[in-house]
Design a protein around this ligand. Structure first.
Ligand code: HEC
Ligand code: HEC
Length: 205
């Protein structure tokens, strides 16, 4: 997806997200003990939603992702290794300590799958391809928050599409083993195979 379009998409998401943000009254104990993590996360709510369930399709859901993955990707944003329209700038504003706190906070939340359209026929084909090429690391149909892998089932389609495009072009580096599997898939099925897998993830709501 062209950068400009991504920008427009997340701006739209931002507007929606801000409208949806509401003051949440936690109990008193949580306010005292968890104030810091809560306060930090409040700065993410506008885009990622109050529970880490993003309002816009170009902004990924983050509620329920693993602590390890969150830390890794935030450090990647900070170092400029993970391509980003906005997170590079945002991540630079947080210390490693604060990132760890944020990661702990989001890991405790429940993952909310995106309500979005999908093609049922493609999803069926994608399920088979996922089992063959991706399930080894993205377990349980991409639902499991594995140590250092992300949750894919129920993630927003536009986000997954531009992320896969970043991987394929080399802008974002894949782990060696993932790259091997993705290359095998592309060789066997072309980019259409990936497209089908993305519909499979979208179908899990
Ligand atoms: C202005 C909107 C905005 C704000 C505020 C924001 N994000 Fe993001 N976030 C995005 C977008 C858009 C992406 C996709 C990458 C990109 O293009 O920057 C993203 C991606 C991410 C990802 C990667 C998810 C994945 O599956 O790889 C994480 C983690 C994340 N953000 C965490 C945070 C945290 C923590 C905060 C608060 C400290 C925050 N974000 C604040 C818009 C935002
Ligand atoms: C050998 C393990 C492995 C295999 C096989 C694998 N992945 Fe991954 N994948 C990972 C890891 C680890 C990460 C997170 C770290 C990173 O950024 O590289 C990841 C990240 C991703 C992300 C980014 C998620 C986000 O929120 O930004 C997508 C999308 C993805 N994988 C799709 C796939 C697809 C589709 C397949 C099958 C064609 C696949 N992966 C196969 C290990 C794997």
């Amino acid at each position: 997806m062209p950068r400009k379009m991504r920008h427009v998409l997340w701006m739209a998401g931002l507007a929606l997200g801000l409208a949806a943000t509401s003051a949440q009254a936690g109990d008193k104990k949580e306010l005292i003990e968890g104030a810091s993590a809560q306060m930090l996360a409040a700065q993410c709510d506008g885009c990622h939603g109050p529970n880490g369930a993003s309002a816009g399709p170009a902004i990924p859901n983050i509620g329920g992702i693993s602590k390890d993955y969150m830390i890794e990707v935030m450090k990647g944003f900070k170092a400029g290794e993970v391509p980003a329209t906005i997170m590079g700038r945002i991540a630079k504003g947080y210390t490693d300590d604060e990132i760890a706190k944020l990661a702990e906070h989001y890991a405790k939340l429940k993952w909310v799958p995106a309500k979005q359209p999908f093609d049922a026929k493609l999803a069926k084909e994608g399920a088979k391809l996922h089992d063959k090429y991706c399930e080894k690391c993205h377990e349980d149909g991409g639902r499991k928050a594995e140590e250092d892998a992300a949750i894919l089932a129920g993630q927003w389609v536009p986000y997954l599409q531009f992320t896969m495009a970043d991987f394929l072009s080399g802008r974002r580096e894949m782990t060696k083993k993932m790259k091997k599997k993705v290359n095998k898939l592309i060789k066997a099925k072309g980019e259409k195979g990936l497209h089908a897998i993305v519909h499979f993830y979208a179908s899990q709501q």
